[in-house]
Design a protein around this ligand. Structure first.
Ligand SMILES: Nc1ncnc2c1ncn2[C@@H]1O[C@H](COP(=O)(O)OP(=O)(O)OP(=O)(O)O)[C@@H](O)[C@H]1O
Ligand SMILES: [Mg+2]
Length: 252
């Protein structure tokens, strides 16, 4: 029997703010199986980023725990990488040096890091730009570099926080297809926050809907659509019906 790669148990987060305690995530429970693609949707300010940061070990829960392959997360583990809403590249570093940064921090020898970096850049179609600087890239390319940087340490789990939200619809569509390709070929487990319901249905095996703050899981939809997703699947009735149900489950 396959066991979950990630287990979220009674996860709760309250921020201490200048205006008192703010309960943001309220006793959330769910599991993710290896290789699953989960999308998280919910209203703005509901606690999606807060939840994702706890899944990545970047934020300590107030109560409850996240288990990675059965073991509690204490610090950000190498098996989990995160892609943020903004690319957060270092402007003075080349593309390759941005991508290899996590390896350099771990003390991986330069040549080995560069070889790995080049390989990942090839995967995201940016080999030609290894020596370019971030200012010489388009927004979509910068976000691809951020994805490459997340993949360079060969994580098992990729967390994505609205990674393509700031990009135009066509670029976003192309990058989503690239993410699906990477997920499949690199055998990743993916958890992606998005505002876009169509994107969620197109990408995910499962869509979790968060309630308004404090976040609880309001609904959990299984997306039983064929893989790889056929061209034009967005225009099928079954796709539209799922998107509509998810839309209905989101309260604002
Ligand atoms: N570091 C922090 N300190 C205090 N409050 C915070 C902090 N980070 C987030 N919050 C509060 O927690 C709530 C949820 O924020 P979060 O960023 O998790 O929401 P979100 O669902 O990701 O929103 P969006 O869709 O707009 O990105 C908000 O009310 C926000 O003000
Ligand atoms: Mg957010």
């Amino acid at each position: 029997m396959v066991s979950p790669i990630l287990q979220v148990k009674s996860l709760t987060k309250a921020y201490e703010t200048t205006y008192g305690e703010l309960l943001v995530v309220d006793n959330i429970n769910f599991s993710v199986m290896p290789g699953e693609f989960v999308c998280i949707v919910g209203p703005s300010g509901s606690g999606k980023t807060t939840l994702l940061q706890m899944l990545g070990g970047l934020l300590t829960p107030t109560e409850g725990a996240v288990l990675l392959a059965g073991q509690p997360l204490v610090a950000p583990p190498q098996e989990i990488s995160m892609v943020f809403q903004k690319p957060n590249l270092m402007p003075w570093r080349t593309v390759l040096d941005n991508v290899t940064l996590p390896l350099q921090i771990q003390g991986v020898p330069r040549q080995e890091a560069n070889e790995k970096g080049q390989r990942i850049l090839q995967l995201v179609g940016l080999s030609e730009f290894a020596q370019a600087h971030p200012r010489e890239l388009s927004g979509g390319m910068e976000q691809r570099v951020a994805v490459a940087r997340a993949l360079v340490q060969q994580p098992r789990i990729l967390l994505l926080d609205e990674p393509f939200g700031a990009l135009d619809a066509l670029t976003r569509e192309r990058l989503n297809r690239e993410i699906l390709h990477l997920w499949r070929t690199q055998k990743l487990t993916a958890i992606m926050v998005t505002h876009n319901i169509h994107e969620a249905v197109l990408l995910a095996d499962r869509v979790l809907v968060l309630s308004p703050r404090p976040a609880v899981i309001a609904a959990d939809f299984q997306i039983d659509l064929p893989r790889p997703r056929p061209q034009g699947i967005e225009y099928r009735e079954s796709f539209g019906a799922l998107a509509y149900q998810i839309r209905q489950a989101i309260r604002e």
